[in-house]
Design a binder for this molecule. Sequence first.
Ligand SMILES: *Cc1c(COP(=O)(O)O)cnc(C)c1O
Ligand code: SF4
Length: 330
Amino acid sequence: MSHLFQNCKLTSYYKHLLETLGNDHPLCRTVLPINDRAPLSGELADPLGEEKHRVCPGLIHTYPDKVLLLATLKCAVYCQYCTRGRLVGPGFQTFENSEDHDDVLSNEWKLSDNVFQTLENLKGVRDVLISGGDPLTLPDAELDAVFSKVRKISHIRTVRLGSKVPAVMPERITPKLAGLLTEHRIWLQLHFIHPAELTEEVGLALDTLAEAGVPMVAQTVLLKGINDDADTLTELFYGLLENRVKPYYLFQCDPVLGSSSFRTPVQKGLDLMQELQGRGSGLALPNFCIDAPGGGGKIVLHPGTVLQRKKDSIVLTNYQGKEYLYPDNL
Ligand SMILES: *Cc1c(COP(=O)(O)O)cnc(C)c1O
Ligand code: SF4
């Protein structure tokens, strides 16, 4: 069994968790390389059209008020459904023989000062989402430098950081790191996909963050056979709330090349939202959202949304009234 993950880039912690859960646990599929990745029509290497909205290396400006800053291309664990597979990590085909992947704290990719200069000139931007890769793979001193540079820009009001590290490398969450996040008033936007990720160690890491005063929300990708049932999602969302993390987004899986084994029909997400809405705490409900293929931005769908169809796609209208197609051919 220990050979199963030999071609995966995992942390020791997450590898141990998956081994404990067993080969058949659905979480294993999210990291195991997939052999058959024949792309379906509508799938793209860059489904969100991020390259089109790249204003300089490391900065993606899709919406007027907010911007995405890619602080590193490293992650602690590489997810097979990753929307940034074109940039991040070992890529789909080229999983090298993995040594232990706990060396992620040493990073080679450096943000250039051009990013902060560009941000300074984007006067309409109030909100920066620091992402990647996973920014918490950077050492504290580098994070401190990035936060300080962003915080120096007077028109930036809110800074958030997207990360899967608390779920896959909980020991990285030290009181020192939590203090750094508090000092710069950073919101954390965490990536959790399954209640089995909410272990005791992860609970302690989230306590460290909550007790330092770091506000936390979570995003979850809806994944076929992994979390696409009401019981699993309910358990995940309540588990997050118990850990003082507000479920923020449930994402329709992006149509990245070779993603069809992970994607669900759009109606499935709407039906699940309908089921969850009736059940319990409103705080436990995220927004169900599709990030419009081609760069239209995030579009929230509600359980009552009637899907408009064009051949094998659904038609989405974004905040500018422009139409985008999501391939819904599963
Ligand atoms: C997701 C995203 C954001 C943040 O969007 P919110 O809906 O405010 O969470 C900002 N920029 C880009 C390019 C994004 O993909
Ligand atoms: S942690 Fe996020 S960025 Fe990294 S591989 Fe997974 S989905 Fe992609």
